[in-house]
Design a protein around this ligand. Structure first.
Ligand code: G3I
Length: 462
């Protein structure tokens, strides 16, 4: 029953969100204000690749938890992470992702069992014969899938097995075992966890072309041989303005074979610097990809390959390109976020300004970071459960204490009441994100931290 534990019923409240503060609660189920709420309402998954080393950043962690109902390990379930030397299995980082997913009511999409890349040299350069390598491959699949049985819904059993012309890539598995390694891998996977969905995953197979024809012919042949294969993953690492026009038709032809077909690694890269017109087109194109999935009933969901531009693999591999994700370098939602949300049937903030919306919940920190006899410096931070477009933070200072300067805010004071509004550049806070600003006063008096309110609602103290 793993699936039932994972997919949240249509319209259900966000299972990963923690409610803070006294706020004016709204029925967010009707609004579908997050990606996962909107996807839940459609009975689909919206996923993200998760970088293990980024989970300790609260902004990253909150967005991963609150916006997505599916997660894929960006690296830590690959062969070189899990079995770096023969017979030595290291599941710690993969287990962290499973724990994260279970804490947040998310499905885990397993990536990946057999791949020519991120393959330790003891495998790629081991000089094994076909029987030995087949045993090594089968053992890896069996050990990993047994370990995660019941916790991982899908597995990319084989990844990137094709050349661009539709012939099979000459990986160590292909060269040593021959094409039968693919069927062997799926059979081993099915034996290890009969309930997992078993997928073949690749890039540049999103449109109708020689490579996707090769993939189509292979899966058709595997199905004909009774090989247990359930799904095709279209990675979808796209370039702005170059989304294949045949995407939906191509998905449909795989669906017609009786296979599930998902978008597994979506991003849309742009030549840097990206201007606002490009970001708007990117939003439309993200939305179009999601819409193509929704239009094909065999498409169960879309996974983005990381959500923040700062964490994306793109600039490292394609110098001069980037801005490929849903959030910018500071985890502010980009137009592309709204493109996905809207395509999923969710609602973006209909009233962004000038009257900020009340917040669902917030957690506020108020810290005097330095204090001397005639002054103090205060840093205020507020973390929000729901996305906020425009913010006004209010609190009181002791009588006689005046603000003398401030930063990252437009701040006014009337008597003891301080009102801090967003600056032009920091008004948009994504769900799970934070605002912060600071100020200096003319007094070093010691006092208790005041109640901090956001857009009229009192926040819980952090
Ligand atoms: O773990 C080492 C670390 O010990 C070392 O200090 C560091 C120095 O560079 O490298 C670390 O390994 C990096 C690894 O990511 C983990 O962070 C590798 O250099 C780096 O090449 C690797 O990149 C990953 C890439 O797959 C490898 O091919 C990307 O993060 C990951 O996003 C990318 O994901 C792939 C999918 O799995 C398959 N489809 C294409 C997609 C994008 O390339």
């Amino acid at each position: 029953m793993r699936r039932a534990a994972v997919v949240v019923a249509a319209g259900a409240l966000l299972s990963g969100a923690v409610m803070h503060g006294s706020a004016q609660a709204q029925d967010v189920s009707a609004q579908a204000a997050t990606l996962r709420e909107a996807a839940d309402a459609k009975g689909k998954f919206i996923g993200t690749a998760v970088a293990d080393h980024r989970l300790s950043d609260s902004r990253y962690n909150n967005i991963a938890a609150n916006e997505f109902n599916s997660v894929t390990a960006e690296n830590v379930m690959k062969w070189d992470s899990i079995q770096p030397s023969r017979g030595s299995f290291n599941f710690a980082a993969g287990d962290r992702l499973v724990d994260f997913a279970q804490a947040n009511g998310q499905q885990v999409y397993g990536h990946t069992l057999v791949w020519h890349s991120q393959l330790p040299s003891w495998v790629s350069n081991g000089g094994f014969n076909a029987t030995e390598l087949n045993t090594i491959m089968t053992t890896h699949i069996t050990e990993v899938m047994n370990h995660y049985e019941g916790d991982v819904e899908y597995w990319d059993v084989v990844n990137e097995v094709f050349n661009e012309d539709g012939t099979l890539r000459q990986s160590v598995f292909q060269q040593t075992i021959g094409q039968s390694y693919i069927a062997n891998a799926f059979r081993a996977a099915d034996a290890a966890d009969p309930n997992a969905k078993l997928c073949i995953n690749d890039y540049n197979v999103e449109g109708d072309n020689a490579k996707s024809d090769g993939l189509y012919n292979l899966v058709q042949s595997l199905l004909g041989q009774g090989v247990p294969i359930d799904c095709v993953g279209l990675q979808s690492h796209f370039i702005l303005d170059q989304i294949p026009s045949t995407l939906q038709a191509n998905m449909q032809r795989f669906a017609a074979l009786g296979l599930e077909v998902n978008i597994t690694e979506l991003d849309i890269r742009i030549n840097m610097p990206a201007d606002s017109a490009e970001l708007q087109r990117q939003a439309t194109q993200f939305g179009n990809v999601v819409s193509a999935c929704l239009a094909v009933s065999a498409c169960q969901g879309v996974t983005v390959w990381g959500f923040g531009d700062a964490d994306s693999w793109v600039p490292g591999v394609f110098p001069g390109q980037g801005a490929a994700c849903l959030y910018d370098d500071n985890y502010n939602a980009k137009p592309s976020y709204n493109g996905v949300l809207t395509a999923l049937g969710g609602t973006t903030d209909p009233d962004p300004d000038p009257d900020p919306d009340p917040v669902e919940g917030c957690l506020a920190s108020y810290q005097v970071t330095s204090r001397w006899n005639a002054g103090s410096v205060v840093q205020v931070g507020v973390t929000v459960d729901e996305a906020v477009s425009g913010w006004t933070v209010t609190f009181s200072l002791p009588a006689g204490e005046s603000v003398t300067s401030s930063w990252n805010t437009q701040l006014t004071q009337s008597g003891t009441t301080v009102t801090a509004r967003n600056a032009s550049y920091n008004g948009s806070i994504p769900a799970g994100g934070s605002l912060s600003f600071g100020f200096q006063t003319n007094s070093g008096a010691v006092y208790s931290a005041p109640v901090v309110s956001l857009n009229g609602a009192a926040c819980e103290a952090a």
